[in-house]
Design a protein around this ligand. Structure first.
Ligand SMILES: Nc1ncnc2c1ncn2[C@@H]1O[C@H](COP(=O)(O)OP(=O)(O)OP(=O)(O)O)[C@@H](O)[C@H]1O
Ligand SMILES: [Mg+2]
Length: 267
């Protein structure tokens, strides 16, 4: 598989505070990279760089070999919560992306808009169904939905653009454990079906192990230094035994806490 994301010697400084330094990371198409690290270590910053919402102070971010100046439809983004337009229905939230891309914000009077809108709505219903939502949810507003349902809509909103890369930043951390585990299964299925490259930030290590084909941990060499990749580890494909999950959780947990460890994965 080709390299779809390359971070080359990235440094990010915010008003004299170095957050990231010497960060190199290459991600191949179709990987599911779970990103862990202590709070404030720069995980969301890294995601914003990949999204194109922010530029690094030094170094380059290459998407499919090119530096891209701003976000576009090829990179989807799902944050922890509040990503839906509160004043739009579920259906309008999902169709907003494709409508805006094709017609712009003021092109809705153009001929063909109504026909295309019907087509986008038909697609939106398909995504809703796929996310486990009902057609009757389509006309609800976000505040009428539970947190889990809102995140399903946010994922549908991202997926309808058929992004090559989907960035999720602690997207499940506001959900109750049952909903969270359902959402993990859903995302894993979507990853397998679509072949989309995922970057998924989480503080929950079992979640990283369940979802990821690879785990990357950002952290500092010492309290004074800035963050870079501390651990980069491929994970086995399928169903881990309980012992294995516990072992991996310990290894990753220790590394996240800043310990320097030699990591090996025993087959
Ligand atoms: N726009 C900004 N201006 C100034 N400082 C910022 C800005 N964005 C982030 N920071 C700082 O950069 C550091 C990294 O922030 P970031 O949000 O990337 O961390 P994180 O790993 O996502 O943390 P968390 O796990 O709490 O979400 C933090 O110290 C934060 O305060
Ligand atoms: Mg963050």
């Amino acid at each position: 598989m080709k390299d779809i994301i390359r971070l080359e010697n990235i440094g990010v400084t915010y008003s004299n505070k170095k957050v990231l330094e010497h960060l190199d990371l290459t991600i191949r198409e179709g990987e599911f990279v779970a990103v862990c690290g202590q709070t404030g270590c720069g995980k969301s910053t890294m995601l914003r760089l990949i999204l194109g919402a922010e530029k690094p102070t030094t170094g380059r971010v290459l998407i499919d070999g090119r530096e891209l100046p701003r976000p576009d439809r090829h990179r989807g983004y799902v944050p922890q919560k509040y990503s839906l337009f509160p004043d739009k229905t579920v259906l309008d939230n999902i169709t907003f992306g494709p409508e805006t891309e094709e017609f712009g914000l003021i092109g809705r009077l153009k001929p063909g808009f109504r026909r295309r809108r019907k087509e986008f709505q038909a697609q939106a219903y398909e995504y809703l169904k796929h996310m486990g939502l009902q057609a009757s949810d389509a006309h609800k507003y976000p505040d009428e939905l539970s947190g889990g349902m809102q995140q399903r809509v946010a994922i549908a909103q991202a997926l309808i653009m058929k992004p090559q890369i989907l960035l999720m930043d602690e997207a499940f951390s506001a959900l109750d454990p049952g909903t969270r585990s359902e959402m993990q299964k859903l995302v894993r299925t979507l990853w397998k079906e679509t072949g989309t490259t995922f970057l998924f930030v989480t503080h929950n290590i079992p979640e990283a192990i369940f979802l990821g084909s690879r785990v990357v941990i950002l952290g500092k060499d010492s309290p004074e230094s800035s963050s870079k990749v501390q651990v980069d580890m491929e994970l086995p494909e399928e169903a881990h035994s309980r012992e294995e999950v516990e072992r991996l959780t310990r290894v990753i947990g220790n590394a996240t806490a800043g310990a320097k460890l030699e990591l090996t994965y025993a087959e």
